[in-house]
Design a protein around this ligand. Sequence first.
Ligand SMILES: NC(=O)c1ccc[n+]([C@@H]2O[C@H](COP(=O)([O-])OP(=O)(O)OC[C@H]3O[C@@H](n4cnc5c(N)ncnc54)[C@H](O)[C@@H]3O)[C@@H](O)[C@H]2O)c1
Length: 345
Amino acid sequence: MFKAAILGCRGRARAHAKAYQHIPVATLASICDMNEERLHEFGDMFEIGQRYTDIHEMLEKEKPDLLHIVTAPVLRGTMQLIRYSLMDTASEHKVPGVIIEKPIAVTGEDWRQIRDLAKRSETKFAVNTQLHFHPKNLELKRDVTQGKIGEIKLIEASSRNPPVDQAPHTLQLVSSYIDNSKPVKVMGQVAGKNQLNSDQPSPDNAIARIEYANGVQASVAFGPEMAARVLPETSNNRHKRVCVFGTKGFVHWRFENWEKFTCDNGYESGGLNYGEEDAIAQIGLTEAMFDWLEDQKKVHPTNLKQSLAEFNLLLGIYQSGLIRHPILLPFDPPENFIQYMKDTL
Ligand SMILES: NC(=O)c1ccc[n+]([C@@H]2O[C@H](COP(=O)([O-])OP(=O)(O)OC[C@H]3O[C@@H](n4cnc5c(N)ncnc54)[C@H](O)[C@@H]3O)[C@@H](O)[C@H]2O)c1
């Protein structure tokens, strides 16, 4: 039986914990939060006895096989970037596997530190972009893989939250439809600096045209100005979508519905319960991590190196917009990127 642990017991951690009610090969054995009230509330809710306020102590005593790092990239109320140090701590303690929440980074500096960690660490990291495992997405991906829409001509994807918040989900979805082919070139535009002082600094909006190594191009839009609406009266976080156009048809996954055209069946569409799909997806993402721990060859589809390539693409969109020039990827992001955006936008 695998032993799992969670660091960070605020809202998002509940979805991570609930998945364990459906994973027979593992048990959620311990939790950690420096906020004691939150720690005990969460521990009582999920009946977890082993509770810690210090991450080092938990990793030392519990030796989990899998650690979930469920925090924002910036410690709330401060501007302190915490992704790298928490991942490095897990790596130093030789935790075999880590699932970490998106976004994997915020700036060029933490992206670089995490890229270097990915090169030297023996820990297997996956990023919690669980949309990959939504059952309807998996089904539509099978349609694409089986050639039901012909050859891919273009992928078009969007989300209406600030780019840093939901572009990680959206760009991962694009990757997932093209077997994680790497982005090689991007030309982008960015606008709006209201989010640059937030806990997750980001331009308000971004759009881009992307070229991937397999020759496929994607067109993406993030933020409320240009990203399409899925439903008219829905808050900004509920508009994630991806549409894959082929020579013979298309598949279109949206937050609350889907549609497709295939040669076999013509046009079809239907509704989706995002919450239900998301709960199943969280189980799938976690189980894929245990599969990877058991078998080197079963590399997790949202593994760290892939996520770093997608985040580098997002930074490339920012940079391209700021210098008004296409960018070849991967690229080395400038120092003080957030300040640079504040000065330029
Ligand atoms: N995948 C998704 O669909 C999805 C959905 C919602 C949120 N998220 C992501 O989840 C993350 C935020 O989750 P949240 O709002 O629950 O987190 P948060 O950052 O608000 O809370 C993190 C918790 O971790 C604790 N913590 C932080 N550092 C610690 C340390 N060193 N030692 C002990 N405790 C520590 C804090 O006290 C806090 O309780 C964000 O990155 C967000 O983008 C993802």
